[in-house]
Design a protein around this ligand. Structure first.
Ligand SMILES: [Zn+2]
Length: 59
């Protein structure tokens, strides 16, 4: 079923892994790519509450 070959994952160079780690860290902190998106500016957050209050005028 898996379409990604194991070799493709293993050949990722160190800088890419480092970049991935930074991305993961940012995701964990809810800075980017969270599942919840602010409907006004499109910024993504890890929690719906953060997304809702992002551009809210009256919190
Ligand atoms: Zn926003």
């Amino acid at each position: 079923m898996a379409s990604v070959k194991e070799e493709d994952i293993l050949v990722r160079d160190e800088s890419f892994v480092k970049y991935e780690r930074l991305l993961t860290k940012a995701e964990t902190e809810g800075r980017i790519d969270g599942p919840n998106k602010c409907l006004v500016c499109g910024m993504r957050y890890s929690t719906k509450g953060d997304a809702d209050t992002c551009c809210k005028i009256n919190p």
